[in-house]
Design a protein around this ligand. Sequence first.
Ligand SMILES: [Zn+2]
Length: 184
Amino acid sequence: MAKLFFRFAAMNSGKSTQLLQIANNYESMGKTVALYTSAIDDRYGVGMITSRLNIQRESNTFDAGFDFLAQDYGDTACILVDEAQFMTPEQAQQLHRLAHTRNIPVICFGLRTDFRGHPFPGSAWLLSLAEDVEEIKTICQCGRKATMHIRIDGAGRRVKEGPQVEIGGEARYRAVCGRCFHQD
Ligand SMILES: [Zn+2]
């Protein structure tokens, strides 16, 4: 049976690159994939998945009201979801159900926590439901493993308060280790 996968990481980890590589692998075997990304992530244009290596593909989008179970997946061999931290808990449940009732593997990529170190609700649910959870490793500038990320303003100062979702380009965020995260 298919499984729900969650690949989580801090910012700038190459998540989208991995996602597009998996899509490519399926397609090179003549199989069809369904790509999704969050409608609120418009860094590179709505409905585009862009890797740091500047490979870009069109994608379906989901917003908070989107129902993954109501879609027609036809002969889709794999569902790939980028920016999965922006999904609702209900959507994480939908994807878990989808993997197990329709036998389609679902691979979600996303951030575990926001810039304050608080969990994204969608990611908390994915961590709880996914049968296969793996961390994509990133290094902090101090050399330790980065597990968190911080938000930075236009002048390079750290921002500690504000809304959970504020898309301003990856330049506004930096992946850091827990020690650097708690340093003032
Ligand atoms: Zn560090």
